[in-house]
Design a protein. Structure first.
Length: 120
């Protein structure tokens, strides 16, 4: 027998929607409350809009938030990578390997550790 998840009923914009999901029902309710809030905000911006127009405006606002958060995350990862590379360079200098390679007599594990810092 196939498990299709449990049925959770949520209210959005005055309408009830049965949602079948494997997610925690409280989380589904939280998502629905967020969508409801976005619908309310879209209604304030376009009070004469019909339900479909309001839903599209809310979806666009949510998509904008998603794209901005994704861009911010990408930027943050890039900053962390740059910082890790700088730490790697500083470590190489402190270990006497300014070119990032192994100096004569250095154990390979030391250089590998320094290079690992740049992979974060």
């Amino acid at each position: 027998m196939k498990d299709d998840g449990r049925l959770v009923t949520v209210d959005i914009n005055g309408l009830r929607y049965p949602i079948r999901s494997h997610l925690d029902p409280a989380y589904v309710a939280e998502l629905a409350a967020y969508v409801e809030l976005k619908m309310e905000l879209a209604t304030r911006e376009s009070p004469a809009g019909d339900t479909l127009k309001i839903a599209v405006l809310a979806a666009l606002n949510i998509a904008d938030e998603y794209f901005r958060a994704n861009q911010e995350g990408t930027s943050h990862r890039s900053d962390l990578t740059q910082r890790a590379l700088e730490l790697e360079r500083m470590l190489d200098l402190a270990l006497g390997t300014p070119d990032g390679g192994e100096a004569a007599g250095d154990a390979p594990a030391v250089s590998a550790l320094a290079r690992t810092a740049g992979s974060f």
